[in-house]
Design a protein around this ligand. Structure first.
Ligand code: CTP
Ligand code: CA
Length: 223
């Protein structure tokens, strides 16, 4: 109802959300990717729009459809995602929920590679740009609030604390994706919320609830 009247605590704020996987082509029919349904990023974009924000939603090839009421920019590769993110600036806040492929194939083939008995393709990998770190490191164009995600196993807090510093983002939402938690590919998340002040455990809850919690905190921070 608030949105119909252009209200809400994020009215007048422009935010960016990246979501989904990226696909890095090997040839026209094969690719390298991370597992990602796009559900958490989509829920965050919806929750931000529900609070009145103008949302630019940069999404890789996800399983779930983008929410209504956001500007959708569909991309395939990490390099396309990077370009779309830069095009969306300036924004007040940015959430990097995409599962960006860390590597792409430098010698991707324009035509379909044929398998031959006894011979394997020689794929040459190169590292993709770190979009989050790049945006968090911007000078005057840096969004006031930069939020990253991290899927971790083992020592989640230590890994995520180091990752937040390395990336230079303000907040990092770390997810324990150890197989025993059953989080990976599920409908719930258990977030450890990392800032420069330390780590805080959020309750295990649905991705929509995580999204609403984050959007509410972003509205407070950007008020
Ligand atoms: N990210 C990004 N661009 C990349 C890789 C990651 O923007 N090329 C963002 C993700 O959207 C996420 C955060 O960075 O918000 C952390 O991603 P993650 O894969 O956990 O971090 P990496 O630095 O790639 O470390 P790892 O070796 O653990 O994969
Ligand atoms: Ca990665």
């Amino acid at each position: 109802v608030e949105r119909a009247f252009g209200g809400g605590p994020l009215a007048g704020r422009r935010v960016l959300v990246t979501s989904g996987p990226t696909h890095e082509p090997i040839d026209p029919v094969r690719y390298i990717a991370n597992r990602s349904s796009g559900a958490q990023g989509t829920a965050i974009a919806r929750a931000l729009a529900d609070l009145g924000a103008e949302v630019v939603f940069v999404t890789g090839p996800a399983e779930v459809s983008p929410p209504p009421g956001v500007e959708v920019v569909a991309v395939e590769t990490a390099e396309e995602m990077r370009a779309a993110v830069h095009d969306a600036l300036p924004v007040d806040g940015a959430v990097f929920a995409a599962a960006v492929a860390d590597w792409r194939v430098a010698n991707a083939s324009g035509s379909k590679m044929k398998k031959t008995a006894g011979a394997l393709p020689e794929l040459e990998l190169t590292q993709n740009p770190d979009i989050l770190a790049e945006i968090a490191g911007l000078g005057s164009d840096r969004p006031a609030l930069v939020v990253g995600f991290a899927a971790e196993t083992d020592d989640v807090v230590a890994n995520a604390t180091a990752k937040r510093r390395r990336k230079g983002c303000d907040w990092l939402l770390a997810n324990d994706v150890s197989p025993a938690t059953g989080i990976m590919g599920g409908t719930e998340n258990r977030i450890t919320f990392i800032t420069e002040d330390g780590a805080e455990d959020w309750p295990r809850e649905g991705k929509d609830a995580v999204a609403r919690r984050l959007a509410g905190m972003m509205a407070e921070a950007l008020a």
